[in-house]
Every structure is written in structure tokens, then in C-alpha cells.
Design a protein around this ligand. Structure first.
Ligand code: HEM
Ligand code: HEM
Length: 196
């Protein structure tokens, strides 16, 4: 990228942006917080007692309602991501860091789709109705214990893989911030990213 080029309209359109746009930044952080909270809630509620009646169910219903909202936010983010330009990769093209980063991002997006989808479908195969903040949603399937446990398995596995990927992602961002100091973190903020 040469600073000597005149800043014509054509040039501005052909050059990838220096950082992620405001919508992608907002969705990244909203989902990062929402998904971490949802993972914590999911793991915590699993051990809740069934007595008094309704106590466990009320947390499960909250988890389902938040999960459905997160699912829509993920769809919105993916739609926006596909239709807008993003900065060029930070690592040299074709380097192992570039490949691991692309693979991790794609796998995180896949998990972000699988987690709400498997939770929603699994819950539709359980005998309990799915309530969205108190509103009973129409049942999609007849209760089926085998299908319920299949989707529960997918739900648990995708959450496990996702947590591993997020840990890797976090480590990579720290490495860029503390060791490489290349301004990567600023690409995912509302401030102006610098590029050398
Ligand atoms: C991004 C969204 C979601 C995340 C990150 C998430 C995460 C989790 C985690 C970590 C657990 C505990 C581990 C396990 O036993 O599977 C769990 C359990 C559960 N989740 Fe979710 N969940 C999400 C969305 C949903 C949705 C949309 C529903 C239903 C509408 C749902 C329904 C359940 C149920 C019923 C359980 C209890 C275990 C089971 O029966 O499978 N989840 N979730
Ligand atoms: C649940 C937590 C998180 C998830 C699911 C997540 C997911 C993602 C995804 C999918 C991307 C790729 C964006 C794209 O190209 O569309 C990304 C980029 C990024 N994330 Fe996260 N993230 C999480 C937490 C964090 C945290 C805690 C940090 C900071 C410490 C962070 C910093 C960044 C940065 C700087 C980028 C831009 C990377 C680049 O420019 O190549 N993320 N994140």
C-alpha cells in the first residue's frame, strides 16, 4: 500500500479498509460478551437441582431465549461480513499464521451457527415447549429422546470446540499485542487503526 498514490475515489475503493467497520466491531464485542455469558450460564445451569419445581426450568428458559437472540445476531454478523470489505490479513499471505488464523475464524463462525441451531432443534425434540421470554413457540417436531440426545451431543461438542478456539484466538491477539506490537487489536475497535 503506497502513501504516494493520490487519494482518488477509485483508489479508495480498490484498497481494503485499514480496520473492521463499526458494525462488525460492535457485533464482534457484543457477541464476545454475549457468548461468554451464555457459555457460563449453560455450564452453570446443568448442575441446578430440579427442586423447587420451576427453579431449574426458569434458568433453562432464559438460556434458550438468550441463545435464540444470539443466533440472530450471528446471522446478522455473517450477512454483514459477507457483503462488506474487511482489512487485508495481518500475517504474510500463505504463512502458517495466516492459515491458522483463517481456519480459526471460520471454525468459530461454524460453532457460532451450530451452538444456537443444535440447542434450538434439540429443545424442539424434548417434551418441554420452547419459550422465548415467556412466549411459547410453536413445536416443530414430536418429542423424540434419540434426536434430543443427538442434538444435545452436538450442542455440547460445538461448545467445547468453540471454547478451545476462543482460547487460541485470545492467545493470538495477545501475541500480536505484546510481542509483535503490530496494531492488530486496533483493527477491531472504533478508534483509528494505524498501519506502518
Ligand atoms: C450461542 C448460543 C448458545 C451457547 C453458546 C450455548 C451453550 C451451552 C452450554 C455450554 C451448555 C452446557 C453444556 C451442555 O450440557 O450441552 C448448554 C446447555 C443447553 N443449552 Fe445451550 N447454548 C446456546 C444456545 C442454546 C439455544 C438457542 C437453546 C434452545 C433454544 C439451548 C438449549 C440448551 C439446553 C436445553 C441445554 C441443556 C443440555 C441439553 O439438554 O442439551 N442452547 N448450552
Ligand atoms: C467469544 C469471544 C470471541 C469470539 C467468538 C471472537 C470471534 C472473532 C472472529 C470470528 C474474528 C474474525 C473476524 C472476521 O474476519 O470476520 C475475530 C477477529 C478479531 N478478534 Fe475476536 N472473538 C472473540 C474474542 C476476542 C477477544 C477477547 C479479543 C481481544 C483480546 C478479540 C480480538 C479480535 C481482533 C483484534 C480481531 C481482528 C483480527 C484481524 O484483524 O485479523 N476477540 N474475532
Amino acid at each position: 500500500m503506497s502513501d504516494a498514490l493520490p487519494p482518488t475515489q477509485d483508489h479508495a475503493e480498490a484498497t481494503p479498509p485499514v480496520q473492521y467497520d463499526r458494525m462488525l466491531v460492535a457485533l464482534h464485542w457484543l457477541l464476545a460478551i454475549g457468548l461468554m455469558a451464555q457459555l457460563g450460564l449453560g455450564l452453570w445451569m446443568d448442575d441446578l437441582p430440579k427442586e423447587p419445581v420451576g427453579y431449574r426450568a426458569q434458568w433453562f428458559n432464559l438460556h434458550k431465549s438468550i441463545g435464540i437472540c444470539l443466533g440472530f445476531l450471528v446471522l446478522w454478523r455473517l450477512g454483514w461480513r459477507i457483503t462488506h470489505s474487511v482489512p487485508a490479513p495481518m500475517n504474510p499471505l500463505g504463512s502458517w499464521q495466516d492459515m491458522v488464523s483463517k481456519l480459526t475464524h471460520r471454525a468459530m463462525y461454524l460453532c457460532m451457527l451450530l451452538m444456537p441451531l443444535s440447542g434450538f432443534l434439540g429443545s424442539n425434540f424434548s417434551p418441554y415447549p420452547v419459550k422465548f421470554f415467556g412466549v411459547v413457540l410453536p413445536r416443530l417436531f414430536e418429542p423424540d429422546p434419540d434426536m434430543k440426545s443427538l442434538f444435545s451431543e452436538v450442542h455440547e461438542m460445538s461448545a467445547g470446540v468453540f471454547m478451545t478456539l476462543v482460547a487460541l484466538h485470545f492467545a493470538a491477539v495477545l501475541w500480536h499485542r505484546l510481542v509483535k506490537r503490530d496494531g492488530l487489536l486496533q483493527r477491531m475497535t472504533w478508534g483509528r487503526a494505524h498501519h506502518d
